[in-house]
Design a protein around this ligand. Structure first.
Ligand SMILES: *Cc1c(COP(=O)(O)O)cnc(C)c1O
Length: 814
């Protein structure tokens, strides 16, 4: 639609009056007194109004056609902002911009007013959000289930280089996108005991009598797919006490005590990732997991019974995807519902459960594989513990009957870990309770078979499959990068947004000088914008003509921000020592949050900031290297940074990044990757071609061998003078004159216990960076490679990923 299109004019006029009406009648303000937030809410509500009919129609059609449904259970949904996404999917962005302009309001300003829905930590939660977008786009009857946290991921500030955490407050001005459903509530029990009764047929029936009940209240957010054709629901649960207060206590003057039950209940949906450093924190986390799994299962079973009336047909009509092990307690809960509540016999209940669930594994890190102490499970969920014991006994009996007698194998596949004070292994429960288990990249899925689920894989060789992650191109290209999207639409046609495989048509233009020029002009416009954001945020001036070298993601030792910082130090020392050498100007951009209790990661943030301070202020660096750490990384900041990146840092220790999705967003936006053969980098390289990516470092296999030989790095450091010099500079306090020993221990760890093999990969990484420099100097060659990256990564659309889940795991039509 163009501005001259008469239907455009009609839409603009209609939107204008819809926004105006919302401002007047919902917000209750006139134009003169309305704040930008008021305008945002009015605009969001007008946009929301536009999708409600399609939403109701989608919901109705799901019923009428009795469609098979997909339920995506995830403790995290890292959605980000919703306004532009909704307008884009409805095809209303241009019309809304014009309508607001007529009202004297700038849509771009409103965009910045919306708080991020940050109900997740990082990649796993963002994946869930991309999947919601793709499921709606592909017209799959799907529902996402999660928790409506009052406070999402903490807000990060940087003070004197250190991370500080503040509560995030996304709901403080209401939430224009949600529909509260106070009538949709479920009781979720905790604690108590199990009563058994012998039935007439001699069988035992079990009834769980919880000691405590929490009420789960539904809040729905419509999720609209591309072109607004299908709208799904994200249903998030909020926790509430059955009674708002204890009136007797209140009337006796105990005004605080009267509220304790309410406070205790509401704690469940208060914050994302309560610290599990204390026993109370651990218990709260398990309560969260059961709370949302139980509410979601009751809800979907109710819907199924209303529709089909036969619980035994559940697996015919329902597929439940477990996003990691957080909702794995759902396996035991569904067994309880089937056996205890609906009277299905155990064997059939187990068949239904396995046929219904499937599970996505996201990590091989042993410390990240959830287990719950048996005593805690018995205390909070006594009936579920019994069910888990019975599942386990039947599972192990079954294996013995098949001739598996090796005690080590049986101990390895037992649901109970007997070594560490008896704990329930949630990954094992999820594996056993599912018909399919998937890893998230080709490499990761193979490693899942060889490591965490090695013994299971031998016993069930068909269960583990691969589903390489993807990202939604609507958000990460069309919305985040209008400059490039506009160029693509002009060059290969707007149909590319319906079918990203058309991106390959760009290959023809990779050497076309005029197109190269326009491609780089779009990049440059994005870099200008980011340079302004950087100045506003951290008051550092950067040259938009410099190479923008970006590493943005959670701060974690395995992601190796430290390797990047060390290389920056070595480069700085080189620049200062070799004034005659020609170094292409670089801006190193970091962003990311460290878990509040992760001291080493927080120290890495401090180091990056300390190094930045010295380098940026040193005239001897001649502006050839600038380093910035942008605070409060979130989806909205990623949307600003990624389109402006020239180089994408994906440098995890091989074998440790399950997939990565940041890597895909960057390549799509024409950044070249410098990376290890880890996660989906492997598949990105296969598609963009060896010449258009900078691969370095040990392979996953070599990492394993190297670790087996020992992680003492003294010999490695001795053979690398640049590494030795960089470590020495840090250890001597060159970047921490106020506290010369700040990094002594960090350098010691790298020297004696280099578990993440930073030192081993250092020289190879530096060599790859010099190859980057050489390519960057050749603008045509760089631009060609950048274009080919965009042209060749269509496969990483989450639409492709979801099609694969639909076909091979969920058995639904996309
Ligand atoms: C994509 C994304 C991630 C995941 O990034 P990785 O580099 O794959 O770890 C994390 N956080 C946000 C905000 C994202 O947009």
């Amino acid at each position: 639609m163009t501005a001259h299109d008469p239907s455009h004019a009609t839409t603009v006029a209609a939107l204008k009056s819809e926004v105006q009406r919302r401002l007047t009648y919902t917000i209750g303000k006139d134009n003169a007194s309305a704040s930008p937030r008021d305008w945002f809410v009015a605009t969001a509500l007008a946009a929301r109004d536009r999708l409600v009919e399609s939403w109701l129609a989608s919901t109705k059609r799901n019923y009428v056609e009795d469609r098979r449904r997909v339920y995506y259970l995830s403790l995290e949904f890292l959605v980000g902002r919703i306004l532009i996404d909704t307008l884009t999917n409805l095809g209303l962005t241009a019309a809304m911009r014009d309508a607001l302009a007529e009202l004297g309001v700038d849509l771009e300003k409103l965009r910045e007013v919306e708080p991020d829905a940050a109900l997740g930590n990082g990649g796993l939660g963002r994946l869930a959000a991309c999947f919601m977008d793709s499921m709606a786009t592909l017209d799959i009857a799907a529902m996402g289930y999660g928790i409506r946290y009052d406070h999402g991921l903490f807000r990060q500030t940087i003070k004197d280089g250190w991370q500080h955490e503040y509560p995030e407050d996304w709901l403080s001005f209401g939430n224009a996108w949600q529909f509260p459903r106070p009538e949709i509530t479920y009781d979720v029990g905790f604690g108590g005991h199990v009563e058994s009764a012998r039935l007439a047929d001699g069988m035992l029936a079990h009834v769980w009598v919880p000691a405590e009940t929490i009420v789960a209240v539904a809040y729905d957010t419509p999720v609209v797919g591309w072109r607004g054709r299908h709208v799904n629901t994200l249903r998030l649960w909020s926790a509430r006490a059955p009674d708002p207060l204890r009136l007797d206590a209140f009337n006796q003057g105990d005004h605080v005590g009267a509220l304790t039950e309410q406070v205790r209940a509401e704690a469940i949906s208060k914050v994302l990732y309560p610290s599990d450093a204390t026993p109370a924190g651990q218990e709260l986390r398990l309560r969260q997991e059961y709370f949302f799994a139980a509410a979601s299962l009751q809800d979907l079973v109710r819907r199924h019974m209303k529709q089909s009336g036969d619980i035994r047909k559940l697996a015919d009509k329902v597929a439940i995807q477990l996003n990691d092990t957080h909702p794995a307690i759902g396996v035991a809960e569904l067994m309880r519902l089937l056996v205890d509540v609906h009277g299905v016999d155990w064997t059939e209940a187990w068949r239904i459960t396995q046929a219904t669930f499937s599970y996505t594994n996201h990590t091989l890190l042993p410390e990240a594989l959830e287990t719950w102490p048996v005593w805690l499970m018995e205390k909070l969920l006594p009936r579920h513990m019994q069910i888990i014991y019975l599942i386990n006994a039947m599972h192990l009996d079954g294996l013995r009957a098949q001739g598996v007698s090796d005690a080590n194998v049986l101990a390895a596949v037992s649901l109970i870990d007997e070594h560490h004070g008896r704990a329930v292994r949630m990954g094992h429960l999820a594996f056993l309770g599912s018909h399919k288990v998937n890893g998230v990249s080709a490499l990761h899925s193979e490693l899942v078979k060889e490591t965490v689920f090695r013994d299971f894989h031998r016993l069930y060789p068909d269960r583990i499959v691969n589903k390489t992650n993807g990202v939604t191109f609507r958000r990460w290209l069309l919305e985040a990068n209008p400059a490039l999207s506009g160029l693509l639409a002009e060059t290969i046609g707007p149909a590319v947004f319906d079918d990203p495989t058309k991106l390959v048509e760009l290959e023809r233009f990779a050497d076309d000088e005029a197109f190269q020029h326009r491609f780089m002009a779009a990049k440059r416009a994005n870099k200008d914008r980011l340079a302004a954001t950087i100045f506003d945020s951290v008051a550092v001036r950067v040259d938009p003509a410099a190479l923008f070298d970006v590493q943005i993601k959670r701060i974690h030792e395995y992601k190796r921000q430290l390797l990047n910082v060390l290389e920056a130090v070595a480069l700085y020392l080189d620049i200062v020592a070799q004034p005659a050498r020609d170094f292409p100007p670089r801006v190193k951009i970091f962003a990311g949050k460290a878990a509040a209790s992760y001291h080493q990661a927080k120290l890495i943030i401090k180091l990056a900031n300390d190094v930045a301070q010295v380098v940026n202020a040193d005239p001897a660096a001649r502006g050839l290297l600038k380093i910035v750490f942008l605070p409060n990384y979130n989806v909205s900041l990623a949307e600003k940074i990624i389109p402006a990146a020239d180089l994408s840092e994906q440098i995890s220790t091989a074998g440790m990044e399950a997939s990565g999705t940041g890597n895909m967003k960057f390549a799509l936006n024409g950044a070249l990757t410098i990376g290890t053969l880890d996660g989906a980098n492997v598949e990105i390289r296969e598609r963009v071609g060896d010449d258009n990516i900078f691969i370095f470092g040990l392979t996953a296999q070599q990492v394993e061998e190297s670790r087996a030989r020992g992680i003492d790095a003294r010999e490695t450091i001795a053979t690398s003078p640049r590494l030795a010099a960089a470590l020495d500079a840090i250890a001597r306090g060159m970047f921490s004159p106020d506290d010369k020993h700040r990094y002594a221990q960090l350098v010691d760890t790298l020297t004696y216990y280099d578990h993440f093999l930073v030192t081993k990969d250092f020289d190879s990484y530096c060599a790859a960076q010099r190859r980057v420099d050489a390519r960057w100097r050749d603008t045509k060659a760089w631009t060609r490679a950048a274009i080919l990256n965009t042209a060749r990564v269509a496969w990483f659309s989450s639409d492709r990923t979801i099609r694969e889940y639909a076909e091979e795991i969920w058995k639904v039509e996309a």
